[in-house]
Design a protein around this ligand. Structure first.
Ligand SMILES: [Zn+2]
Length: 356
């Protein structure tokens, strides 16, 4: 029996299109994705699949993302830019227990095609691998690449978000395209909606529907761009699901949780932030810090990334106190000793400041 396990690449016919909100889909001989069978074999570095040179995606790129089905974890992916030196870059694979995976690689930024390979790293049984899509994008077309700071850790996977109204509560539509995974955020960006300053929960739910429609139908995005919406009453609404790539800070969406304050905190409207609203934003931040170990100082305003009024002259000055409020006391290495009143030392987070 032949050790070489590669079967034919099978294409999923679909027109090239924009993938997600910032990627350009990569096609191989005009087809997107690939499917190939692999067989268990001797543990050698066998090439299971080779795409050949892809079609040239538009524009420069430095990041390649693929996603699909990987029933056996012992398949590695690598890619290179054809033409130059033969430098295969291994993609970091993120595979879920159910076999769904995505993988990512970083390259020198320039235009041109790519070539993708799958390599055996100890396949246990015959099966089929599917790459649904491959996309490339420039991580930072108009700003230097922001290096991911080390997670502050320890992250607490069990941390739960503060009480909020899930998508179903406001009648969210489904995303118009599959959202790209972005499972380990390391920064947060504050926005304002530059829209209605809502005065009731019902009005906020309605405004969320509007913003989603505006983003999907107006801007042509897959979904509402932000991950969380916070109204002046302090209600938190779920936006684009956490763990998926946002669409709120152009060129800097990766690893970036978008929180939007409903209202226009800038001239001429000059809406005022409220204590309840800031408290809710702080609670969200504490959750993100606990869950992902991100640095409270990673909280920025949209205007820190590009020329924009967002989040408004009245909300932007709140960032320092929000950063302080994001700070979660580290879990002590040993159990806390009882404090002065005999209660266990609590890890109460910083109190939200009042405002107006
Ligand atoms: Zn913004």
């Amino acid at each position: 029996m032949r050790a070489e396990a590669l079967a034919a690449a099978l294409v999923l016919a679909a027109a090239p299109s924009l993938a997600g909100d910032l990627g350009t889909e990569v096609t191989f001989a005009s087809a997107r994705g690939a499917r190939f069978a692999v067989q268990a074999g001797p543990p050698a570095p066998r090439v299971l699949f080779d795409s050949g040179d892809s079609d040239a995606p538009a524009g420069e790129w430095d990041v390649l993302l693929i996603q699909g089905e990987l029933p056996d974890p012992s398949v590695r992916f690598m890619a290179l830019r054809p033409g130059g030196a033969t430098v295969w870059v291994e993609l970091a694979v993120h595979r879920r227990a159910d076999g769904r995976f995505w993988a990512k690689g970083r390259f020198q930024r320039k235009a041109g095609p790519l070539r993708l390979r799958a390599v055996d790293a100890g396949i246990a049984a015959d099966h089929e691998v599917t790459v649904y899509s491959a996309e490339v994008f420039a991580d930072s077309p108009d700003a230097p690449a922001a290096a991911a700071p080390p997670a502050r850790g320890p992250a607490d996977p069990a941390a739960v978000p503060p009480a909020h109204h899930a998508r179903a509560a406001w009648g969210a539509r489904a995303p118009t395209n599959p959202l790209s995974p972005d499972p380990m955020p390391w920064r947060v960006t504050l926005h304002h909606s530059d829209g209605r300053y809502t005065a009731s929960l019902a009005e906020s739910l309605q405004e969320a529907r509007f913003i989603q429609e505006f983003h999907q139908d107006g801007r042509g995005w897959s979904d509402v761009g932000y991950h969380f919406l916070v109204d002046p009453l302090g209600n938190i609404l779920e936006g684009r699901p956490l763990g998926t790539l946002g669409a709120h800070t152009q060129s800097n969406n990766e690893g970036n949780v978008g929180i939007v304050l409903l209202g226009s905190y800038h001239a001429p409207k000059n809406h005022a932030t409220t204590a309840a609203q800031l408290a809710s934003a702080a609670a969200l931040g504490r959750f993100l810090v606990a869950r992902f170990g991100l640095d409270p100082d990673s909280l920025k305003g949209h205007r820190d990334y590009k020329k924009t009024d967002c989040p408004g002259d009245l909300a932007y000055p709140k960032l320092p106190e929000l950063r302080r409020a994001f700070d979660v006391p580290r879990a002590p290495a040993i159990a806390a000793s009882p404090d002065w009143d005999g209660q266990r030392g609590s890890s109460s987070a910083a109190k939200p400041t009042t405002d107006r």
